[in-house]
Design a binder for this molecule. Structure first.
Ligand code: CP
Length: 335
């Protein structure tokens, strides 16, 4: 049984198949592939786009979505095996996953890391436990990667520029008042490198290097594609000639759980907000962000409100790519 936990598990041609199906949905193709089927959307964290686009997508495919708020409307869940459950968790994933599987045909999970211990959290324990114990396919709605966002971004790029092969993709760290999840940065790195783009990472300091799992996966992808991966702290070098600028803020992994000590490194990126002046250095580039996004902290109004901004198309594409993912997983048995 196939899950959709990370695009690393899916080949480029399989992902392109999902993108092509998503483009067909966007162009008006109708499918009732979820007729009589249900999906549980389990949220441990807030959402605007993910929640609404999965719910509407399931409805458009003829299915039914049930939204579960895992931090209030359901029992607190334990994922570790062998734990003496005498704390706040009332239920183990071993039971919850199997019970939900007896009701629904797909389970989708959003569970951000807790920003305490990257050594544990990099194993993505909650969704991994669901994937192990559920008897239906599991979809990642953002944990330590955000694969649905990856597909939405790639569809938006292909719509805007056709083939992305050999295009210059800049993943730039941008300011934010607090350290954030690395999921979208990991994902941007994975999808851009997998699709043969030349990837540049702009960071305030080398401490913002992403987890080696994703850096080395990207190295392998660009090696296969004959493209490149570079990491720089130099703004002009990063922006010069870029075709795509992708904005994300994230916390530096060496300071995980010890965030006060990250502050001096974060301060080095104080002027990393995306401005018209920076965009003028690009190759008439487009700019995007996964949203939600703090205006005039991450990206200046003049850029967000310009035709170069792809963030609305990218967010809109979530509906179509997720329909393709749900259809693919729900029909893998041939139904
Ligand atoms: N980009 C994204 O996942 O949006 P939400 O957090 O609103 O779902």
């Amino acid at each position: 049984m196939r899950h959709f936990l990370t695009t690393a598990d899916w080949s480029r041609s399989e992902l392109q198949g999902l993108l092509d199906r998503a483009a067909a949905f966007k162009s008006g193709t109708v499918s009732r592939s979820l007729e009589g089927k249900s999906i549980a959307l389990l949220f441990f964290n807030p959402s605007l786009r993910t929640r609404s686009s999965f719910d509407i997508g399931a409805h458009q495919l003829g299915g039914h979505a049930i939204v579960l708020d895992a931090k209030g409307a359901t029992w607190p869940l334990e994922f570790s095996d062998g734990t003496v459950m005498d704390g706040s968790e009332e239920e183990h994933v071993r039971e919850a996953a199997r019970v939900l599987s007896s009701y629904v045909d797909l389970i989708a999970i959003r569970c951000f890391p807790e920003f305490k211990d990257w050594g544990t959290e990099r194993e993505d324990p909650m969704i991994s436990a669901f994937a192990e114990h559920a008897t239906v396919p599991v979809i990642n709605m953002e944990t330590i990667v955000h694969p649905c966002q990856e597909l939405a971004l790639m569809l938006a790029l292909q719509e805007r520029m056709g083939s992305v092969e050999g295009k210059e993709f800049l993943l730039t760290w941008v300011p934010h008042p607090k350290p954030l999840n690395t999921a979208v940065a990991n994902s941007a790195l994975l999808i851009a490198s997998k699709f043969g783009m030349n990837v540049r990472m702009l960071v305030p300091d080398e401490v913002y290097r992403l987890d080696e799992r994703y850096m080395s996966a990207a190295e392998a992808f660009v090696g296969e594609a004959g493209s490149s991966l570079t990491l720089t702290t130099h703004v002009e070098a990063a922006y010069s000639g870029a075709d795509v600028v992708y904005a994300k803020s994230w916390g530096a992994l060496p300071f995980y759980g010890n965030w006060d000590d990250e502050a001096p490194f974060r301060a080095k990126g104080a002027d990393f907000m995306i401005t018209p002046e920076k965009m003028a250095m690009t190759n008439n580039g487009v700019v995007s962000h996964c949203l939600p996004m703090r205006r005039n902290v991450k990206i200046a109004d003049a850029v967000v409100d310009s035709p170069a901004f792809l963030g609305i198309e990218e967010a809109g594409n979530r509906l179509h790519v997720q329909k393709a993912v749900m259809e693919s997983l729900a029909t893998q048995g041939g139904s």
